[in-house]
Design a protein around this ligand. Sequence first.
Ligand code: GLC
Length: 745
Amino acid sequence: MKVVDLPFVRKPTRSLCLTALSLACVSSAFAQSSSPPLTPDQRADQLIKRMSLDDMHHMVQSYNTMIPQQPPGGIGTAGYVPALPALGIPALQENDAGIGVHNYPVGKDKNGQPTLVRGVAGDATPLPSLLGLAATWNPQIAYAGGSMIGGEAHSQGINMLLAGGINLAREPRNGRNFEYLGEDPLLAARMDGAEIRGIQSQHVLSTIKHYALNAQETNRLTVSSNIDERAMRESDLLAFEMAIEDGHPASVMCGYNKINHVYDCSNSHLLNDVLKHDWKFPGWVMTDWGADHGVNDALDGTDQVSGIDLGSGFSIGSMSSSFGAPLTQALANGTVPRSRLQDMVHRILRSMYAGGLFADPPVIKPLNADVDALVSQHAAEQAIVLLKNDHAQLPLSANVKTIAIIGGHADAGVLSGGGSAQVWPIGGPAIPASQPPVQNVWQWMVYDPSSPMKALQKMMPGVTVRYDDGSDPTRAAALAKSSDVAIVFATQWMCEAIDAPNLSLPNGQDALIDAVAAANPHAVMVLENGGPVKMPWLSKVGAVVEAWYPGARGGEAIAGVLTGKVNPSGRLPITFPQDEQQLPRPQLTDALDVDYNIEGAAVGYKWFDEKKLEPLFPFGFGLSYSHFGYSDLHVNTKGDRVTVSFKVTNLGDRAGMDTPQIYVGMPANSGEAPRRLGGFEKVALQPKESRTVTVTIDPRLLAVFDVQGDQWQVAGGSYPIQVGRSSRDLVLNGTAAVAAARIAP
Ligand code: GLC
């Protein structure tokens, strides 16, 4: 899927040259010798022959070194598997996560600020949130971002990122939606696969997580996600299936929750039948931290228990976890056959070989901070979604002389999400980090030090910019009244292990926005949020800019869009509901059973289409400072392969990017939601320039999952094919005559 070329895509590490060189050597050697180079699987098998039972046992547990004192070889990561030097096996250093290299809080200093396990706050470059990355609809941006954070990990001695969060947004109040890629399997898979490829291009392994249906944080350790097999296969599992095919992650992390009352990490159907048998996944399954439930997890498909405590004296080989003493006993009495342990270790070692961990171990070196920050800024610029722009309120006019900047600590920085995905930004937090009322050592609210106000002042030097913190709506309204334009920055902090109570902006921000909008008819809203929010003030403001958690250069990206230096090109990866009543579950309960059969596979826009609901803003929506036309639709079918081509034209007078989306309709009697995203492509066009886009639709997106037959089934028939600007703005209409087909998973 070719899209705009991007600068700053980090080249694979030096080992690419070495690999080229070694390939040259190998090929010449090959020319002389008969045996081809060994595959990762063959190399793993050779190594296992030299391993004792204890050596193998050593590999199937990782240790929690998010602790003040480090054991020998520990560097302060979430999961540490010590090296086995006699066998030449390097240590595994497993660190969070998908937005950048996390540093673990292990305590507080005298100022109440966190003390971090590795140095001072500020040693990595945060990308925008993954929800923001998804809003770019640009896999190249995701690849570049993954490559950047992978390189930063490699430079800090880390050889695995616990990235690849892809749980579908079934619950808009889920505290971790900012770590995931929205509501659609295809979009989530394309973006996740690309980020994973980017990370692994730096010879740093990646996970994909949390497998599966870990869709809310409330009761996350015990809640059961209840859903029929077919619905699960056509939604959450399809996202994992396509992302694994695209990204080839080294490891799958099984989640905390249950599915139909069986824990993810004890779920043989999920792990053995689906992941390892149907999808032929060659890597290893690691548990989430504390998600193991007994030694039988080894028989159910789990290969490694994560983050066990070292106990006193750093006793490596801790007997505490399910794979400690219980595994030793199970191997001794045959409950767990030695062949299963060999398979567990084979999966880990073959992935370490395939990922380059033996050939290209991490090299500690300074970060390329400025280049890395630009990668983040490019992502943020393409993530920003322009939701409203009445009377071309934006970009800000050259006649504007005074601007009021209100709230959101916009004079200092931009908000980011909390928990294990947090990145402690280079330069340190913009303002002192703070904690929610009920807190764990690792839950912190951090503002990245990139001020939208300062960036705006730089871009509009002749304009008077005044700031109000928004704590007093009356005072803020007075400033707004005396300014040409008032820009309100509204924030919604989301965090791991905490769900939002509702979809409202917290802390009385709606009242602040009302007061400012009443005082200035040219009010502009900028949102820094972790998921969809309600907008009771929408009709009273001139423009709304969705900036998500915009990362290391979020301020510059926001200012770029406000001034027109950047033409906004983001599209919503998640539906914004009018209110909670439109949701499959209007109340987010703390029940230990969640019925996902209410919507089944109809997640997000599919639910809204099926129930004929009008969202506040639909999936795929986003405005531009230009506008684009679609024409010349051609639909060609060959068996179950449908290829769609059409022309996109930039009808405006400025360069811009657009993401036309292809939606496939389901046959009326299929009992499925009316349409599914079947393809998309982001294109950059100069004014009046046209481009022909051609996309082949994955036949699984036309299919239903036949549970009895354990296969995808495409019904023969005529399928509506539509090209649109969003799931609710469909411009071109065609049909595809598709032959019946069965597709093995
Ligand atoms: C957490 C998270 C997981 C993370 C792991 C290590 O509980 O659920 O996403 O990678 O523990 O920090």
